[in-house]
Design a protein around this ligand. Sequence first.
Ligand code: F1X
Ligand code: MN
Length: 448
Amino acid sequence: METNQAMVPHSLSARFEGSFAYLTVKDRLPTILTKVIDTIHRSKNKFFEEHGEEGVQAEKRAISFLSKLRNELQTDKPILALNDTMQDVEDWNQYMQRQQALLGDSEPISWFKSPWLYVECYMYRRIQEALKLNPPISNFDVFKEGKTQSFFDSQQAIISLCTYLQELIKTVDKISEKQLHENFLKLLQVSLWGNKCDLSISAGQENAQKTSPMETLHDLKCFILVDDSDMVWSTLMSLRGSGDQDKSRARVDVVLDNAGFELVTDLVFADFLITFGLAKEIRFHGKSIPWFVSDVTKHDFDWTIMQVMAANHKWMSMSGAHWKRYMKEGLWSYHDHPFWTLPHEFCDMPLDAPDLYSTLQASDLILFKGDLNYRKLTSDRDWEHTVRFEKALRGFQPAPLCSLRTLKANVQVGLQPGQGENLSVQNPNWMTSGKYAVVQFSSPHQKH
Ligand SMILES: O=P(O)(O)OC[C@@]1(O)O[C@H](CO)[C@@H](O)[C@@H]1O
Ligand SMILES: [Mn+2]
């Protein structure tokens, strides 16, 4: 595996004026921070009701912390060490030193000079610090409102998806392999396009799924730039038993992205894999703190299953009841390793989170949802578009893996010669509009 530094292009960064990273750090991140400050301000009465005057004082202090953070960001101040008592403080402060060493002593690491991936992750961790340093509001999820709104605004799409799933489950005893394959592709694509609903790209603007996802799949097919769905299918089929009791041996790990509609599409796909014997166990990996506005935390995961189960719609509540049972019986489990909310590129995982890497090595298939995971898989570098996905992974290959990602940042590898150029002519923003997607697979068993 080529991990030679010389072969690796530079990190995307706001140092490149006019780049998507620059516009994100200059405009979108301050907007997100302002919305966070506004959310905390609007929760003052809630804090007073719950914690009395202490809650009001904490609200004031948190807002001053976040206003200071916004000023640092907008005036390109140096990145500062973290001071709270969370378990990952040392990891963050060591990574800060690693970044400073890369820059040398010539200039301090800062918002507009350091890698975009680092400073954007750092901002979300600083938001957490502002809360952790101000009890009793330390556990307030500043993004909860947006995540729950996205769920409620997607009810129709969720109902149609759960209805499709339950109707399909009725055919489990008589479905042909061809129909199974067709439905696998459909529900994989629903999970793929569920990733359009992400509140960070929209800086918190609501962007729920209003239409029924099944109807739009055909029209969206041409926007999938790399489609390795059949590599995923054959990986799972190779682990299925033979004979009528097709019992799968596959453990599938899903590295989740956004709460709301996207999470429901992931749960529906996972239910399909279990029910139709394409997987024996599903492990979900979420975030241990509120992250990138809409990413899934344990609370979001449990809340979503409970909401679906409590719905006054027959097929929705039946789906939610199944999912609750899968969790209870251990067919499904939820994990939130701190590494997922560190700024590291995934090729750092074997050294910086060896416990997580070895857990993932026991998986038969790892599905990575979303754009931020894709950026971390490829080290958020300015790769040529025709560079092979395996090369961009730079040695990160714990198991067969597949990225299900809608393009929202200007990093994309594994394209055919000329494909990137043609897309740029058709649509200059093809890498950041969220209109295009990839199903991109890599396996340690593949000939590289
Ligand atoms: O991982 P997700 O939810 O698909 O997208 C995360 C994201 O919205 O945040 C960053 C921009 O702020 C980009 O990586 C991407 O646009
Ligand atoms: Mn996200």
